[in-house]
Design a protein around this ligand. Structure first.
Ligand code: PSV
Ligand code: MN
Length: 427
């Protein structure tokens, strides 16, 4: 299924006068504060969030999985689903593949399908956290860190194969999330596990094409519950520093111990020029993989405040980082959930762009804690949705992506096309 532009335009026409009223009102209010709404809209238009190929079907937990029907049955259908999202919000212009869940059999035809939908291929992800059918050696006790050199070799070769798939598709980065670790005290020698991992990563690093990066993603725990080799941003940064300039740290919002100050982590990584990008999601307890901004929107805003600050300092823009949604959709329609997530990201970004940084710095220098808090909260409490809508409209997207998705009965269409009981590959 494809959403034709005229349907988006027709829907927008029906919403335009209400939108214009809200937008003009906000634009004037911001103007009085010396903020140019058009500058913010330009930044929003440029912001692109990758969609992972594994998030287009129903997720589920280890207790069950409740499919909603019409799920993509192949990589082609996954690309088509991302095409639907991108047509609606013009902010989801790339797809990130997990190998071997989604192996591009014929790179050329998948590239041409993607480009017909105005999509690119984002970072490719390797998988050494599961055993695949016919796999020679098991990853039960680790992969890149394994005590047995032949298991490490197999895991290194898998990563090099993933780079090859990515090269064929025009990707420019390999994302590595390592589940290696231990479940019980005494099971693993921490130092040896680190050194084995470093050696393995060095081999993968040596296989990177000249214009590629490797993203090293950390996670505090799960599936290992006593220790994880790359457990936090510090370990991840240490690996990256030892590897070289093509290695950067990938932050997944769900991968921290409770109450970690993620915005401070972001500030530090950006100060060092080692932030690769983000896996966005939200959580209440652990790595819950919920819709972005659904539980802790203020935290998301504070992270964006640091991101904006870091980009200003580095003199670069949002296109210099890899933004991706890494969520799981257990009770919602995955496509609606992804639309909500992208909207939450754009809202937080817009709010962060409102922050008066000169005044904030002044308040800090004067130890005026009250003003500093107020400057942030004023921005956070501004309803910036008209700015987000205007940016979607100007880039050819819908003023109300979820409304139009429902209006056009997209899920019913997909169920008619694909069937009610389809299961997407992935977790
Ligand atoms: C692990 O929890 C993770 O965040 C990694 O990014 C994986 O590649 C992804 O989820 C998919 O399961
Ligand atoms: Mn992740």
């Amino acid at each position: 299924m494809k959403i034709e532009q005229y349907k988006i335009d027709q829907h927008n026409d029906s919403l335009l006068s209400r939108h214009n009223n809200q937008f003009i009102f906000l634009k004037e209010q911001l103007g009085e504060q010396g903020i140019n709404a058009n500058d913010i809209i330009k930044e929003l238009e440029a912001f692109q969030v990758a969609i992972p190929s594994w998030a287009l079907g129903t997720g589920g937990t280890r207790f069950g999985r409740f499919s909603g029907g019409g799920e993509p049955r192949s990589l082609e259908e996954k690309v088509e689903d991302v095409g639907l999202l991108h047509a609606l919000n013009r902010s989801s212009g790339s797809i990130s593949l997990h190998i071997p869940w989604d192996i591009p059999q014929q790179a050329e035809s998948i590239i041409s399908l993607a480009s017909s939908l105005d999509l690119k291929f984002d970072a490719v992800n390797s998988n050494t956290f599961q055993d695949q059918k016919d796999q020679q050696l098991s990853y039960k006790f680790g992969s890149l860190s394994h005590v047995d050199a032949s298991v490490r070799k197999q895991a290194v070769e898998h990563n090099i194969e993933v780079i090859k798939y990515g090269k064929d598709l025009g990707s420019k980065a390999l994302s590595i999330w390592l589940s290696d670790g231990s479940c019980f005290p005494g099971q693993s020698n921490f130092v040896r596990a680190f050194q084995n991992t470093l050696e393995s990563l060095q081999e993968i690093y040596a296989a990177l094409p000249a214009d590629w990066k490797v993203f090293v993603e950390y996670k505090a725990y799960e599936p290992n519950f006593y220790s994880t080799v790359i457990q936090d941003w510090g370990s991840s940064l240490l690996f990256c520093q030892k590897l070289g300039p093509k290695a950067d740290v990938l932050v997944d919002l769900g991968h921290h111990l409770p109450n970690a100050n993620i915005e401070q982590i972001v500030a530090t990584l950006m100060m060092e020029g080692r932030l690769a990008g983000f896996h966005f999601n939200d959580s209440k307890y652990g790595d819950d993989d919920l819709t972005v901004g659904s539980i802790r929107p203020y935290m998301l805003f504070l992270i964006f405040v640091e991101l904006v600050e870091g980009m200003k300092r580095a003199g670069n823009g949002s296109e210099s980082y890899a933004w991706m949604i890494d969520a799981s959709h257990n009770v919602k329609d995955p496509l609606e959930d992804l639309l909500q997530s992208v909207e939450a990201i754009l809202i937080s970004y817009a709010q962060a762009l409102l922050v008066d940084r000169k005044k904030l710095e002044q308040a800090r220098i004067q130890n005026d804690v009250v003003s500093a808090q107020q400057i942030l909260q004023n921005a956070f409490r501004t309803d910036v949705r008209p700015l987000v809508r205007e940016s979607l409209r100007l880039s050819g997207g819908s003023l109300d992506p979820i409304g139009l998705f429902r209006n056009l009965k997209v899920r019913n269409e997909l169920m008619n096309e694909r069937g009610k009981v389809t299961v997407a590959t992935g977790l």
